[in-house]
Design a protein around this ligand. Structure first.
Ligand code: JEK
Length: 239
């Protein structure tokens, strides 16, 4: 696969400043990925740089105009050499983002994130790109709470995907271990508890088995702890 590209279209490009930091910043500098941030207002022709209007049929709030979205997304697609573009439209009504989806999007050469604000984007943008044979459209939400827009959700999704790219994480053993560890039906992980030095901290001891050097026993103990934590979590969430 050629170099993966991630584009984000937004009226708040500054939200993406954290992309220069840590994991994603290193991946960019190492040339493992390309990231482009597009200011939606750069695709608006009127002098007031209008990106929104009142909803047909009435109702509260404003809806984002389809025209600048179409121009920004088309340009993004033309700037990439990928044959297929994955358009991820962030919306509170989208499919829940999971580790399983992160693994699926890892296979994409080009992802375009459409970051709405206000009440969201005119649905014809989603409807149009669904009819395009070189686009796959995904309406995605990161969870059951209401954000002010898609930007923070895009950062979450980018980080979850980019850390899976070979060479991005310093210690690839942690990814191998992750892929072998306990998962829920939706692919999210359940962890065993970790301990490091000192052996006693504020009276709390590291479990004897972890000091035993017996890796079969250690793996069995960790697995049973992960199962227990899964059950505790299910009880807590009333499943
Ligand atoms: C994209 C605009 C703000 C706020 C209307 C929605 C039911 C009606 C849009 N997990 C996530 N939560 N929120 C988002 C998200 C929010 C967005 C946009 C993503 C674009 N907004 C907004 C309110 C409403 N209500 C809840 C009642 C619509 C998101 C993700 N990903």
């Amino acid at each position: 696969m050629s170099k993966r590209r991630f584009d984000a279209v937004t009226i708040f490009p500054d939200y993406f400043a954290p992309l220069e930091l840590s994991l994603i910043g290193k991946a960019k500098k190492a040339g493992l990925i390309d990231v482009g941030i597009k200011d939606l207002r750069g695709y608006v022709s009127d002098n007031h740089k209008t990106v929104d209007d009142t909803p047909y049929g009435g109702g509260a709030g404003m809806v984002m105009l389809p025209e600048p979205w179409g121009l920004a997304i088309d340009e993004s697609a033309h700037q990439s050499d990928a044959d297929i573009h994955d358009l991820i439209v962030l919306t509170p009504a989208g499919q829940r983002f999971t580790q399983g989806l992160a693994e699926k999007f890892l296979e994409s050469e080009h992802i375009i994130f459409a970051n709405g604000r206000y009440e969201g984007i005119d649905i014809r943008v989603t409807d149009f790109y669904r009819t395009q044979p070189n686009f796959r459209v995904h309406e995605v939400s990161i969870g059951d709470y209401v954000l002010g827009g898609g930007e923070v959700a895009t950062l979450v999704i980018m980080e979850a995907i980019i850390r899976l790219i070979p060479g991005v994480i310093g210690n690839p053993d942690s990814l191998t271990e992750e892929s072998h560890s306990l998962k829920n039906e939706d692919g999210s992980l359940v962890e065993y508890p970790n301990y490091t030095k000192p052996p006693v901290w504020r009276g709390l001891e590291v479990p004897e088995v972890l000091m035993s050097g017996n890796h079969r026993l250690i793996n069995e103990w960790r697995h049973s702890q992960a199962v227990k934590r899964t059950e505790d979590l299910r009880r807590l969430t009333g499943e």
